[in-house]
Write a protein that binds this ligand. Structure first.
Ligand SMILES: Cc1cc2nc3c(=O)[nH]c(=O)nc-3n(C[C@H](O)[C@H](O)[C@H](O)COP(=O)(O)OP(=O)(O)OC[C@H]3O[C@@H](n4cnc5c(N)ncnc54)[C@H](O)[C@@H]3O)c2cc1C
Length: 416
């Protein structure tokens, strides 16, 4: 008789796990507490779904040890998986992979079609509320989650199965199914959960000059400091907003910012010329300064920056836009070059779970065998996706891990 497998969670990792297990073949039931599958897949990449990256390595992941990530990802090739499902993909020059049609719906459509072809029993609006172990398998208590939020969940059917795959996702984006319920289930089966914190999340800053640049997108370098200690750095698009900093460069350092802020103040340093060495930028500024002694300062920045940015730079140095360059003192070019590569602001928080794309922390990877994502605490249990203590950089790495770990968990769970 085919093994009975219950997959808890109908996001990226749960869909991949259900497909792999059903192909093996096993008798698969997929529980999703929401009323649609793959809600984060649909929202991902701004509706375009950055489903993976052409250059994936453990250095793009945090939480678990690199050896765990390397092993968990070893057998997965996203292009092959999706092309077998019929999805045309396109890889950008930066390595990010998207569906060729530019629509996340296309990704979900091919996954759902495969789930249907394989005869996976999908139960929407059904939450696994408790999982108990019994001889040779598991018993799951379920709740029926009403569509309307003002109605109360009711007890659902009790399910028995041989294997369980927990693919409940993390705490981020509660509006798309995020929550801590999956961690509670893992704990009830003997697992440890490391400290959870929002990651890939926009940062709040105190300083008014950042807010003044609201809407400005910059190609910048970003470094974070806790006192004199540099925590991390990133480079890429930085978006200034009326609350602080967003865009890939800010999101990629946000994990460290949130965690370091719990211990003390965190400063961000923006480099507006990340492609220049300090000497190179000093030479550039000195070269533009020379021979323009009578120019008003504001003209110095023409052709260099938008006026919104040059005004903020001028104010930050306590200068006046109309003053001629030679009135600013002999050290002015040096001060300006320094400011352009090290413009500081204080990080005072983050936008929190409701805007965090992923969760840092999760079920301890030390308690999971990376080859088949099998629990070392409960025989027959497998865990996949964001629920685990693995979070990736922005650029498709989180979905890549979700597909890879889901497939590996599905194959392993269905193996006798
Ligand atoms: C707005 C946004 C944009 C993103 N963009 C990208 C991107 O472009 N590229 C990228 O790589 N990553 C992106 N991510 C991150 C990526 O979407 C997630 O890392 C990934 O979806 C995690 O997959 P998962 O299956 O582990 O969890 P989820 O996708 O969260 O799925 C878990 C599912 O389990 C369900 N569930 C939980 N508990 C239970 C239970 N007890 N019973 C039944 N069901 C349950 C939840 O309702 C949920 O649907 C983005 C995230 C967000 C929020």
């Amino acid at each position: 008789m085919a093994l009975r497998i219950v997959v808890v969670g109908g996001g990226a990792s749960g869909l991949a796990a259900a497909i792999a297990a059903a192909r093996s073949p096993a008798q698969v039931t997929l529980l999703e507490r929401g009323h649609g599958l793959g809600r984060k897949v649909l929202a991902s990449g701004g509706g375009r779904c950055n489903l993976g990256h052409g250059r994936v390595g453990p250095e793009r992941y945090h939480g678990a040890q690199p050896a765990f990530v390397r092993e968990a990802l070893a057998r997965f090739k996203s292009e092959r998986f999706f092309s077998e499902l019929g999805l045309l993909t396109a890889t950008g020059p930066d390595g990010r992979i998207f569906p060729r049609c530019g629509k996340s719906h296309a990704v979900l459509d091919v996954l759902k079609a495969e789930i249907e072809r394989l005869g996976v029993a999908v139960r929407l609006g059904v939450e696994a509320a408790a999982i108990g172990r019994e001889a040779g398998g598991f018993r799951l208590k379920t709740l029926r989650i009403p569509f309307r939020k003002d109605e109360t969940p009711e007890p659902g059917e009790e399910l028995r199965c041989d294997r369980v795959i927990l693919a409940c996702g993390g705490a981020s984006y509660p509006q798309l199914g995020g929550g801590e319920g999956g961690y509670a289930l893992a704990k009830s089966l003997g697992h440890t959960v490391t400290t959870l914190s929002p990651a890939l999340v926009p940062l709040l800053v105190k300083d008014g000059w950042v807010k003044r640049l609201h809407g400005l997108r910059l190609e910048a370098g970003l470094r974070l400091w806790a006192g004199p200690q540099e925590l991390c750095r990133s480079r890429g698009e930085l978006l200034c907003t009326d609350y602080g900093l967003s865009g890939p460069a800010a999101l990629d350092v946000s994990r460290d910012a949130v965690r370091a802020r719990a211990a003390g103040p965190v400063t961000a340093s923006i480099d507006l010329f990340p492609e220049f060495t300090p000497q190179g930028l000093r030479a550039l500024v000195a070269g533009r300064w020379a021979g323009r002694a009578d120019w008003p300062l504001k003209d110095f920045f023409l052709g260099m920056f938008p006026a919104q940015l040059s005004g903020a730079v001028i104010d930050s140095l306590g200068w006046e836009a109309g003053r001629p360059l030679d009135s600013l003192g002999h050290d002015a070019p040096e001060r300006l070059a320094g400011r352009l590569q090290d413009w500081r602001c204080e990080v005072c928080g983050s936008r929190g779970w409701s805007e965090a794309m992923v969760t840092a922390g999760g079920v301890s990877a030390d308690e999971v065998d990376p080859r088949g994502l099998a629990s070392r605490k409960a025989a027959g249990l497998h865990l996949a996706g964001e629920l685990l203590d693995v979070d990736g950089d922005s650029g498709g790495f989180n979905l890549h891990f979700a597909w890879a770990s889901g497939l590996a968990a599905g194959w392993a769970a269905a193996a006798r």
